[in-house]
Design a protein around this ligand. Structure first.
Ligand SMILES: [Zn+2]
Length: 144
């Protein structure tokens, strides 16, 4: 029994440190920054539950979305929903809203150009505001 308990503690510690390594960065809109290599994309959930993605250069200067290719999949309890994006006022805006509820994963597949390698980002959709950093919980930058 004691061995089992030790194993559980080790497993818990391993999970914690892996989590701490993935540093969350938030953008100027308090959205979650996704590193696309040559660019940064800021994932932000609007009040109407559409997703908008703003693009920045490495110095965080806003860029109009041009060559970025982004799709998302909402893994809601009601089923997986594919989400497409279109360029609107220089940002990528989802053409559909996120399914009801929260706490599920949203997988964003993004690349800065059609030729670039696709990067996958798994975002846990938690929409309440974190009291400490003031960001939506999915973009919380607090060290926990
Ligand atoms: Zn926080």
């Amino acid at each position: 029994m004691k061995t089992l308990l030790n194993l559980l503690i080790i497993a818990a510690l391993a999970t914690t440190s892996a989590f701490a390594d993935a540093k969350v960065k938030a953008g100027p809109r308090k959205g979650l920054l996704l590193d696309l290599g040559s660019k940064q994309a800021e994932f932000f959930v609007e009040k109407d539950r559409t997703i908008s993605i703003a693009v920045y250069d490495p110095a965080m200067k806003p860029q109009a979305a041009t060559t970025e290719v982004i799709t998302a999949t909402a893994e809601a309890p009601s089923g997986k929903t594919k989400i497409a994006f279109e360029v609107k006022d220089g940002k990528l805006v989802s053409t559909t809203k996120l399914p009801e509820g929260e706490g599920y994963q949203v997988v964003v597949q993004a690349k800065s150009t059609p030729e670039a390698k696709t990067r996958n980002f798994r975002i846990k959709l938690l929409l309440y505001t974190c009291k400490e950093c003031g960001n939506p919980e999915y973009a919380c930058t607090c060290d926990e």
